[in-house]
Design a protein. Structure first.
Length: 351
């Protein structure tokens, strides 16, 4: 089996998850009659400090359902130009909701400066698309798993409230931020209107995310989920794995962070590789290669060594630690990177 560092989405469910899925009590969720889903939604609402929650098939569905519930056709979604919603969710808010993306320049640490968000909130005029919702992301995928602090999220929330706007938090990896800083989810969620949290990344469930927020908002998001084809029936078999994820897998995220630190420290020492290990805060490592070395060739050569990483484009590569990756796997991956870089450097050196 390769050492798969492409994403924490490649994690496999734990044995206890599989057992729970086999034993799950189920019903028809569209009728609100699946007791396991109901229990999962109640637990996530409690953990996030929100009135209600709804189980969705994926983080993308959760984010899109949230945007459709918050904003109307022709309104703007204010979000970072490095955000997951902007890059990796197939333009669903525009294609299916008639919403207009208004990207804001994102710093290397994942932060959209609050003053830049304020500048994006243009004055009311008949020729301008009005703002509908502000989106933030935590941890930040394309910015190396960077953590947005509660103080920053609070400042964004204050700005939004001053303009009468909702804030949606793409918290696909919010549990990573919570474990890394030793704070409850509510340290962030109290400052936003809605939040999406993912179970199928570091928490290792096979399927599913949840959207939480005010009860009326969740009712709209549930309807949007139905429109998107996400009205599930006896999906308690999936929710059962999610309950185990919340019971067993949150605290062990610290292991992923420690393995990412081990890997980052080793990568930073390799000639030809560009990385500041001090910027690795959770389980995502974004790095680059020295001038003259080709990212695609590196990824392909590393794959032949049995190690999988991903090319983010614009000179950036990514490795992600997760439930299926051990410290020994990280050491093996480091040795493979060292061999690969040595070969590439030798072939690019002048005679």
């Amino acid at each position: 089996m390769p050492i798969d560092l492409r994403s924490d989405t490649v994690t496999l469910p734990s044995p206890r998850m599989r057992e729970a899925m086999a034993r799950a009590e189920v019903g028809d969720d569209v009728f609100g009659e699946d007791p396991t889903i109901n229990a999962l939604e109640a637990l996530v609402a409690e953990r996030t400090g929100k009135e209600a929650a709804v189980f969705v098939a994926s983080g993308t569905m959760g984010n899109l359902s949230s945007l459709l519930a918050h904003a109307q056709r022709g309104q703007e979604v204010i979000l970072g130009d490095e955000s997951h919603i902007y890059h990796y969710e197939a333009g669903g808010a525009s294609a299916l909701g008639g919403l207009v993306f208004h990207p804001v320049a994102t710093r290397d640490d994942g932060v959209m400066p609050v003053e830049a968000i304020a500048a994006a909130l243009r004055p009311s005029a008949e020729w301008l698309a009005p703002p509908g919702v502000i989106c933030v992301e935590n941890t930040h995928n394309r910015c190396g798993g960077a953590i947005m602090t509660p103080d920053y999220i609070a400042a964004v929330g204050d700005l939004a409230r001053a303009h009468g706007l909702p804030v949606h938090l793409d918290g696909a990896r919010l549990f990573n931020a919570s474990v890394a800083l030793g704070l409850p989810l509510t340290a962030w969620t109290e400052h936003v209107t809605s939040v999406q949290v993912c179970l199928s990344k570091g928490l290792a469930a096979p399927v599913g995310s949840l959207v939480a927020g005010p009860r009326a908002f969740v009712a709209r998001a549930r309807r949007a989920r139905k429109m998107l084809g996400g009205g599930m029936r006896q999906a308690g078999v999936l929710a059962a794995a999610g309950l185990v994820a919340l019971e067993d897998m949150v605290d062990r995220l610290a292991d992923d962070h420690a393995n990412a630190r081990l890997l980052a420290d080793g990568l930073a020492r390799l000639p030809g590789l560009l990385l500041d290990p001090g910027r690795v805060a959770t389980n995502i490592i974004v790095f680059g290669l020295a001038a003259g070395l080709d990212n695609a060739a590196f990824v392909d050569a590393l794959r032949r060594e049995g190690v999988l990483v991903i090319d983010l484009g614009r000179g950036r590569l990514r490795a992600v630690t997760h439930y299926s990756i051990t410290a020994d796997d990280c050491r093996t991956a480091l040795a493979a990177c060292e061999r690969t870089l040595a070969r590439m450097t030798a072939t690019t050196s002048p005679a």
